[in-house]
Ligand binder design. Structure first.
Ligand code: C2E
Ligand code: MG
Ligand code: MG
Length: 544
């Protein structure tokens, strides 16, 4: 830390000593003028200066300032009163009255300042400390070099409760959780609410954070019964926690909070447990993420992104159905970065929206000429992120790009995944319906890897079900997997869709899928992703 410089505590102390000195010198001069210049108004001015100094001290630190100024003013009061008693004169009497009034004023002003200070650091809904209060608290602990742990808690499905049962129910749940937290953390640490459904516990350094977090999450997961218009609703929450420690992981609170948040996010995302400790490896991952984010921005600006197109074929006659556009990044130094790495990183933030825009524009532009030729008919499939599908403006964006490129809507297919149903189900379904109404096809990608409910899937008017590679792998050796894939194909047909298997790598797999009535195939067995020119040649060949 900055040991060479004065820390905050020392600065405050110097301020107080200086102010006390100023106060006493005012007092001395007041006495001096009192004897030599019997000018009453001057006396009053000096007294007002004293009062102003006291107020300044209280503003700086209400508790300390109040103590120091009360002591100093009381000394003045005693001296003035003793003057009246010893010298039997009544001239200091107005001063004594003033001092008493000032003391009362200081008391009430201090209370007012304290109240406002508390208000500024308290979360209105839960009564817990807010973000600002948390920062102050952490700052103090770090200055005092007091070890502590941070437990960053996220309420996994709180948004669901808020969206489905309304904000009154959400507020009730939030208040219940806050009071449970407070109770659980008594004598162990303090709790703050720093965002919609995010809490931070500052835990005393001598406690075992893993155990405390475990029992806290268990407590938060207990049933919450919400009274609702004559009936009740039972809610259960699954929370996740990330832990970082001072001084082990970082020496400033910004990093400590960021690290605990990263650890929490890992627990939430990987489903390997509800609690995760920050580690150096996570730090490396974070650095890599920052690096890749930079590369994505650079690629978007400088044209390091390009598309390759993987053909899709009818399984029974090997007729070309279309191409899936797959994004590639080649850095300025010639090194490739895999979409398996940069797409998930882009999906964490807003960059994925720019990527989707780029791919929609580029793919339609690449194929607009050939697809408008007579006798040519194939689809161009574009992967679109869950964020875009759950966005109100998405359909209009697609419409605009279609019009700009004069690309027939029927030749465009949007690939979505089940994850688009996690956050904004209603908007996603509405968007899919509007796309279909425009004539755009919609495929459900990576089927078999997600967890969404079949009832939600049934609501989605999709054309094509894409069976994920992980289900097709080893299908020729594993009879259980084959049965499973067979069931999925039937399910797809019953939903009124066509079915394609992706990641098909050998002819035996093709034969099995054909026998099981799968409609299409995409995989290295018949073609790897192709450069644009080769893909266009293939499309022309098919048409002739
Ligand atoms: P995906 O959409 O499921 O794409 C299929 C992936 O499987 C592609 O990997 C493709 O090259 C690969 N693949 C196809 N056939 C075979 C096979 O027979 N064997 C093997 N081992 N792999 C095969 P790729 O291009 O690395 O893309 C990975 C994922 O990245 C994609 O999975 C998709 O989720 C995402 N992605 C790629 N391009 C884009 C894009 O333009 N936009 C968005 N939002 N995501 C994209
Ligand atoms: Mg895909
Ligand atoms: Mg896929």
């Amino acid at each position: 830390m900055n040991s060479g410089k004065l820390n905050y505590k020392t600065k405050i102390n110097i301020f107080f000593v200086f102010m006390a000195f100023l106060y006493l010198s005012c007092h001395f001069w007041m006495g001096y003028f009192d004897r030599t210049l019997p000018v009453a108004p001057f006396n009053g001015v000096l007294m007002a200066v004293q009062f102003a100094i006291c107020l300044l001290m209280i503003r700086k630190d209400s508790k300390k300032g109040y103590i120091v100024s009360t002591v100093l003013m009381t000394i003045s009061l005693i001296m003035m009163t003793s003057n009246i008693i010893i010298r039997h004169v009544l001239s200091p009497l107005p001063g004594v009255c003033n001092m008493i009034i000032y003391l009362f004023a200081l008391f009430f002003l201090t209370k007012q300042f304290e109240y406002r200070e508390k208000d500024a650091i308290t979360d209105m809904l839960t009564g817990l400390t807010n973000r600002r209060g948390l920062f102050q608290q952490l700052d103090k602990k770090i200055i005092a070099q007091e070890p502590f742990h941070i437990i960053y808690v996220d309420l996994g499905n709180f948004k669901f409760i808020n969206d489905n049962y309304g904000h009154i129910c959400g507020d009730f749940v939030m208040m219940t959780l806050a009071s449970r937290m407070k109770q659980e953390m008594q004598n162990k640490g303090t709790c703050s609410r720093i965002g919609g459904d995010e809490f931070v516990i500052v835990l005393n350094g001598d406690l075992e954070p893993g155990k405390v977090a475990e029992s806290l999450l268990t407590k938060l997961g207990e049933k919450i019964t919400v009274p609702m218009e004559g009936s009740t609703i039972d809610c259960y929450l699954t929370s996740y926690a990330g832990i970082s420690s001072f001084p082990k992981d970082a020496e400033n609170y910004e990093d400590l909070l960021k690290y605990a948040d990263i650890a929490m996010y890992k627990a939430l995302r990987e489903h390997k447990g509800r609690i995760s400790f920050f580690s150096k490896e996570m730090h490396q991952t974070l650095n890599r993420q920052v690096e890749v984010e930079k590369l994505i921005k650079e690629a978007l600006e400088s044209g390091f992104f390009y598309l390759v197109y993987q053909p899709q074929y009818s399984i029974h006659n090997k007729k070309l159905r279309g191409f899936e556009a797959l994004l590639r990044m080649k850095r300025s130094d010639g090194v490739f970065v895999s979409p398996g790495e940069f797409i998930p990183i882009a999906e964490n933030g807003e960059l994925i929206l720019s990527i989707d825009d780029f791919v929609l524009n580029r793919a339609m532009n690449d194929f607009k000429d050939i697809v408008n030729r007579e006798g040519v008919d194939f689809v161009v499939s574009i992967n679109i992120s869950a964020k875009n599908i759950g966005n109100n403006g998405f359909v209009n964006k697609v419409k605009t790009i279609i019009e700009q490129n004069n690309f027939p809507a029927k030749n465009l297919e949007i690939e979505i995944t089940e994850y688009c149903l996690v956050d904004s189900v209603d908007i996603a379904i509405q968007n899919i319906k509007e796309l279909r109404a425009m004539g755009v096809k919609v495929a459900l990608d990576d089927f078999g890897t997600g967890y969404s409910s079949l009832s939600n899937l049934a609501k989605m008017p999709i054309n094509l079900l894409k069976i994920d590679k992980s289900l097709v792998d080893d299908i020729e050796k594993n009879s259980k997997r084959r049965e499973f894939v067979n069931t999925v194909i039937s399910l797809g047909h019953q939903m009124g869709c066509e079915v394609i298997s992706e990641g098909v790598e050998n002819e035996t797999q093709v034969d099995i899928l054909n026998a099981d009535h799968c409609d299409f195939v995409q995989g290295f067995v018949w073609s790897k992703p192709l450069e644009l020119d080769t893909a266009i040649d293939l499309a022309k060949e098919e048409a002739s």
